[in-house]
Design a protein around this ligand. Structure first.
Ligand code: MEV
Length: 338
């Protein structure tokens, strides 16, 4: 039995624009998906999923996505979750040159599904790492990241950047620009997350931005402006790298850029009433800055605040279901047990 976990993430800057080659800076946070894999004697795959912000389910099938038995939860939710697990299984079989390998897989996740915290990337990263290790073919972390990206790319019909999967595999703060991915130094930023209890459809939101960008030059300029905000943020982080605790001046400047980034994402149509309400509640509570994180449409915002004020204000904000402080996860994918 092999158990691996991988962290979720928040975007300090750059979601959506990263799909078009602009840089992005996601940061891994200490909310993890844990995947347990036990090889089987046949080629079946049996998946048990828990804590996925939906009722747990167990599905057994014969190694393809076809012919799964009916389960007791909404079909579309099972299919969405299973699509990522299927793709991770395919990558692990390919990497280990074991096309007929079967597995019992258990997924436990503390990351809300489809809410902008990188739940699918974390499940795919931890799943590929655990399955290849279970087959006796462990991969270097960068290859886990590459294969997880291919899995997401396939499930999301080509609407995926390397940002979520690379960040979850490597941990810490990273910068992603096209195929160029690296870890960067960053102080431990005081992230506060607000979650509206909902989820966005990443594929549809990415397609919406693409369409807007093709139709209007000013939408294309907006995407480029997000790239400029991100580059400015990267410069601030690079200058601050040796600091352990970020200074109030640095937080002020990063917060201002986050506010700007949220405005640009909003102009691209990917915010929502509840995301905007949480962003404003955070700002009014004294956060240095706040923005939606991930694909948008619903889900989570991230704010910077070293005090308890933002977390408390969010907990009283209509439309906010949960608020919590999120520590930077310095470790990416890791083995929890073998
Ligand atoms: C989704 O978490 C982030 C997006 O930029 C899509 C991607 O980068 O794959 C919207």
């Amino acid at each position: 039995m092999t158990v691996c976990s991988a962290p979720g993430k928040v975007y300090l800057f750059g979601e959506h624009a990263v799909v078009y080659g602009e840089p992005a800076v996601p940061c891994a946070v200490e909310r993890r998906a844990t995947v347990t894999v036990e090889p089987r004697d046949d080629d079946h795959v049996r998946v048990t999923a828990e804590d996925l912000s939906l009722d747990g389910f167990t599905v057994e099938y014969d190694g393809s996505s076809e012919g799964r038995p009916d389960v007791d939860v909404e079909r579309s939710l099972v299919d969405a979750a299973m699509g990522y697990i299927d793709a991770a299984v395919a990558q692990a079989r390919d990497a280990a040159d074991a096309p007929g390998a079967g597995f019992d897989i258990t997924v436990e996740s503390a990351i809300p599904l489809g809410a902008g915290l990188g739940s699918s990337a974390a499940v795919v990263v931890a799943g590929i790492d655990a399955a290849t290790r279970a087959l006796g073919e462990p991969l270097p972390t960068r290859e886990v990241a590459e294969r997880a990206y291919r899995a997401e790319f396939e499930v999301q019909d080509g609407q995926a950047s390397r940002a979520d999967t690379f960040c979850s595999a490597m941990g810490g703060a990273v910068r992603v620009e096209g195929d160029d991915c690296e870890r960067i130094d960053a102080p431990n930023l005081p992230f506060v997350v607000g979650f509206d209890g909902g989820a966005g459809d990443t594929g549809a939101l990415v397609a919406g931005v693409r369409e807007l960008k093709e139709r209007h030059g000013f939408a294309a300029d907006t995407v480029e402006a997000i790239g400029d905000v991100t580059r400015e943020g990267e410069r601030l982080l690079a200058d601050a790298a040796p600091e352990k605790r970020p200074s109030p001046d640095l937080l002020d400047e990063l917060g201002e850029l986050m506010d700007f980034n949220h405005g640009l994402l909003s102009a691209l149509g990917v915010s929502s009433r509840s995301l905007d309400a949480m962003v404003w509640a955070a700002r009014e509570a004294g956060a240095y800055g706040a923005k939606l994180t991930g694909a948008g449409g619903g889900g989570c915002i991230v704010a910077l605040d070293s005090t308890d004020r933002t977390e408390t204000a969010l907990s009283f904000t209509q439309g906010c279901e949960e608020s919590f402080r999120a520590e930077l996860a310095t470790e990416g994918v890791r083995v929890e047990g073998e």
